[in-house]
Write a protein that binds this ligand. Sequence first.
Ligand SMILES: Nc1c(NC[C@H](O)[C@H](O)[C@H](O)CO)[nH]c(=O)[nH]c1=O
Ligand SMILES: CC(=O)[C@@H](O)COP(=O)(O)O
Length: 177
Amino acid sequence: MVVSSADNHFFFQGMATHLKGLSDFSHIEIPSAKAYRFGIVVSQWNAEVTGALYNGAYTALIKHGALSENITELQVPGSFELTSGADILLAAKDLDAVICLGCVIQGETRHFDFICNAVANGVTNVSIKHNKPVIFGVLTTDNLEQAKDRAGGKHGNKGEEAAVTAIMMAQIKSSLV
Ligand SMILES: Nc1c(NC[C@H](O)[C@H](O)[C@H](O)CO)[nH]c(=O)[nH]c1=O
Ligand SMILES: CC(=O)[C@@H](O)COP(=O)(O)O
């Protein structure tokens, strides 16, 4: 949330992994999610990790007041399909924000780079197309251990971080519309 403002320049307390962890929100004010409808698009690749990301995101939304009936889940095969999954969901349902969750782990080839770039750019484009917040909750790691550390491990849960971001963006949009 806004921490301070001067001359209409709004300053937000930043979140940073190496400083606060993905799930330490003690330094920011999180609005109620009760009024908002959320979609969660989750990749089935590396399901052990993406399942933990989903649980983190869902739990965070409920913790901050979201109603279970206002949370729609859509599973897609891989992170590359998160873009089209978010597009399909936003075209089908009236949502206030969509969270995209995936886990891309480096293999032997440059396929990793193409997927990560495609989904980052794709999610951004879908957000602009629909004029709705679409949150990039995709882990892009060197190995499975790094992913587990960020899906409920020592660095927190990126799914939880993405859910908090979705709530904040939904509130920002609703306050300006
Ligand atoms: N290697 C990973 C993939 N690969 C699959 C792609 O996401 C996509 O489904 C395929 O290229 C067909 O379009 N996906 C992940 O989510 N994580 C990976 O590590
Ligand atoms: C990110 C990927 O698609 C990757 O897991 C595929 O592995 P590889 O690059 O060895 O084919």
